[in-house]
Ligand binder design. Sequence first.
Ligand SMILES: NC(=O)c1ccc[n+]([C@@H]2O[C@H](COP(=O)([O-])OP(=O)(O)OC[C@H]3O[C@@H](n4cnc5c(N)ncnc54)[C@H](O)[C@@H]3O)[C@@H](O)[C@H]2O)c1
Length: 459
Amino acid sequence: MTASNTSPLHRSVCDRSARITIWGAGFIGLSAATAFAQEGFHCAIVDVDASRVRCINAGTVPLPGFEDRVQLDPQTLRDGRLRAVSPDDKDALDAQIHLICVNTDRDGKAFQDPLQAVLKAIGSAHRADRELLVSIESTVSVRWLDLVLPLLTGATGVVGTGIHLATAPRRDWLLDPEMNLRSLPRVVGTLSPASQPLVTELYGTVSDVVHMAGDWTRAALSKSVENLYRYVDLVLTNQLAAAYPDLDMAEVFRLAGTKWNVPSLHPSIGIGGYCIPLSPHYAGDGLLGEGQLPLVDSALDWDAAHPSRVAEWLTNKFDGPIGILGISYAPDVHVPQGSPTLALAAALSAHGADVRLHDPFLSTEEVIARGEGARALSWPEDLAAVRTLVIATPHTVYADLPDHLSALADPPTVIDSLGKLREAFAGTKVRYVEIGTPALWAEHNPVLGNGSSVSDGTR
Ligand SMILES: NC(=O)c1ccc[n+]([C@@H]2O[C@H](COP(=O)([O-])OP(=O)(O)OC[C@H]3O[C@@H](n4cnc5c(N)ncnc54)[C@H](O)[C@@H]3O)[C@@H](O)[C@H]2O)c1
């Protein structure tokens, strides 16, 4: 397409004069805003959370643990290419390109209120004589897309001939900074084929590979489907580990993962985060429980009982008090949403266990507030106060755990959800059990011998 037959908005993307408003200053919005600002666009990032707005304008990433994952270039703040504002900022509302990156979940459930509020705000400021591009980067159910045009046009009654609508779901892998917005292939889709060149141009500025889907529904659904594959696989992994309690299933999964088209998965105390556990609710919105996705229905049912299953195993086989290390579902970030630890803590409390929780990214007050009746564990002082210690999230700070526990006269038994500290505990006197293995500690700790009393039934 030549410059002469592109629209004014498209040309403003090509020459970087387009102003972009990004809604939501979480990891997704902030990483998008910084990437587009780096490419020369003037970006306003809007958030209802005034503290996030203040932090960004002061040059600080307002997301604990994400400081190294978002490059907040002070130069872009100084020269005004990036600024954070509240939702009533007139210039932000006046932009012709809006990227929606607000949260679409709350309390472990899909939640569309923030998306609706943003669409209404954009619609109320839209002028019929100008083109408008609204791209939804947040994860959504495809049924929600039916509401987008009515919400956008409802306030003005403007029919959207100049309105470009797109979905551009995000993929991010927090554990590897090399897998980022620039390097990961980006799936995008548009409501109208006429919007494809504009959207390809825009996203091509920040992502090396852009896959244009046949339409915006397919692009949006691809996001939930890729996570749903993973969800079902992970539930199956936990089921297999429970079905073969006397086998080293962690090794079985490692071996299976040596096949070229099989991922290497590990059983765990629970599936966490807000992408994978929520994917059945986005991909199966309106279909769950209707017999159309029976595999997903059954996976959800089995998985819902998993915290209680693990709590029963822990309370039957191990002594209390029980400590759990790590609340965030991923290492070295503050993401308490969708925490398998909190689900397990609730189930343990229901089983009458005395539970203590620690996470280096949550204050004691936050641990207590979120802790489902559990107490806060002071790291490392309280390690001697628990008899069983679950490593739920391998935060970097826990690398010292083998040393701390080895220094205790009578250390607690360690239950390692993902087996990440297996090598670090090898040869120590600490009783170590990796989820998915039968009393692996006995092999690792010859001092305790294979006939130890806890080897029976640990998995
Ligand atoms: N974080 C990830 O790794 C990741 C990966 C892929 C997809 N996603 C999806 O991207 C979306 C955003 O994720 P996130 O992690 O950045 O979320 P987040 O919860 O950290 O941030 C969302 C932000 O939106 C703000 N917000 C809510 N309502 C608003 C409104 N009406 N106007 C302005 N701001 C508003 C909130 O205050 C919050 O700061 C979600 O749909 C999520 O599922 C996230």
